[in-house]
Design a protein around this ligand. Structure first.
Ligand code: GDD
Length: 331
């Protein structure tokens, strides 16, 4: 009998790749999705359209403990991957209250319901390199102190601490991945990488004239989401629960990303990129670079994509679909 997994946030980038990966491994895959998504499948299920006849979806909201309790009381799961969150850092500055409510309470509800109903179910929490924020050391690893710089980062530190505390207080198998930025052709248009690759494609197709961005000097450690979901799965296959940094170990600036992405489309980014104050953040995380040695040695994890391969795949996909269902390029 294959294992049974529950994924929250299955309609997102990571959830869709993880669902594919687990299905390939023979898992029975369930997703927890909002009722509004179930009622609007054409718009909300674009990333999992091809999986809809292979997965089971349950309606629940991260804001409602009873709805989560209800799903977990009706099904037994071996593993739970808690990926759902308000994940856009800039939005967390615009509405810190809802980011904190969803991200902290949502994680707490999941943990509490599992403890009550299925304490043997293994739990994965999607931690973030945003927890390092104003970094205390370079590169960042599992022992680096946190100094979050946004309501989003703060909510992830709280989720990380909750997860660790359920592990220590109740003996549950709870693990956190501290994932650095991970991208793909399925990335939302509000995030800088997809904003850049989709703009390069649209400019090449004559559908857009310029790209307005904020801080081009910020540095991130970018990997491919397809590689990172394998690490999530590995974390729940260990003998004991632990926390792991997942990163490429390379740091590039937003400007570097623009240069390569535009070059991939045969363009010079300096002719099109305009700096715009609207896209600067009140507090910035200037530099992220992760040390994934522990994930490599303990989990045996290694990425297949490098920075160039990631950009190449994103740009070519956006060039192939330039103009299709494009909604939020200005985000
Ligand atoms: N989104 C966006 N839009 N970012 C911009 C822009 C712009 O126009 N211009 C410059 N940036 C800079 C941001 O200031 C930030 O320094 C960097 O580009 C990356 O921004 P995002 O792509 O929005 O990602 P993020 O690093 O804030 O957060 C992502 O990675 C985290 C892991 O470290 C998200 O996926 C988080 O959910 C995730 O936890």
């Amino acid at each position: 009998m294959g294992k049974k997994a529950l994924i929250t946030g299955m309609t997102g980038q990571d959830g869709s790749y993880l669902a594919e990966y687990l299905l390939d491994l023979g898992y029975e895959v369930h997703g927890l999705v909002r009722r509004v998504a179930l009622e609007d499948p054409q718009r909300r299920f674009t990333r999992i359209e091809h999986l809809l006849d292979k997965v089971t979806l349950h309606a629940a909201s991260l804001e409602s403990y009873p709805s989560i309790f209800n799903v977990i009381s009706r099904n037994e799961f071996d593993e739970c991957y808690h990926l759902a969150a308000q994940s856009f850092v800039a939005e967390s500055f615009a509405d810190g209250f809802s980011t904190m409510n969803t991200n902290i309470n949502g994680t707490h509800y999941m943990l509490a319901a599992l403890r009550e109903l299925q304490p043997k179910c293994r739990f994965y929490f999607a931690g973030s390199s945003e927890m390092f924020g104003k970094v205390r050391e370079v590169p960042q690893k599992e022992t680096t102190a946190f100094h979050p710089r946004s309501p989003y980062g703060i909510s992830k530190v709280a989720g990380f601490d909750l997860t660790r505390n359920y592990r220590e207080a109740y003996g549950m198998f709870c693990a956190s991945g501290i994932l650095f930025n991970h991208e793909s052709p399925r990335r939302g248009y509000e995030f800088v990488t997809r904003k850049i690759t989709s703009a390069a494609a649209r400019i090449k197709a004559g559908q857009q004239n310029e790209l307005r961005l904020g801080n081009l000097e910020a540095r991130r450690d970018w990997g491919h989401a397809r590689d990172y979901v394998r690490a999530m799965h590995l974390m729940l296959q260990q003998d004991s629960p632990d926390d792991f940094v997942v990163a490429s170990g390379e740091s590039h600036s937003v400007g570097d990303f623009c240069e390569l992405a535009f070059a991939e489309a045969g363009l010079d980014y300096r002719e099109y990129v305009v700096q715009d104050d609207r896209f600067y953040r009140p507090a910035e995380v200037e530099l992220l670079i992760g040390d994934a040695s522990k994930a490599k040695s303990v989990l045996g994890w290694a990425p297949h994509y490098n920075f160039e391969a990631l950009i190449k795949e994103m740009v070519s996909k956006d060039i192939a679909t330039a103009g299709d269902s494009f909604v939020t390029a200005s985000a």
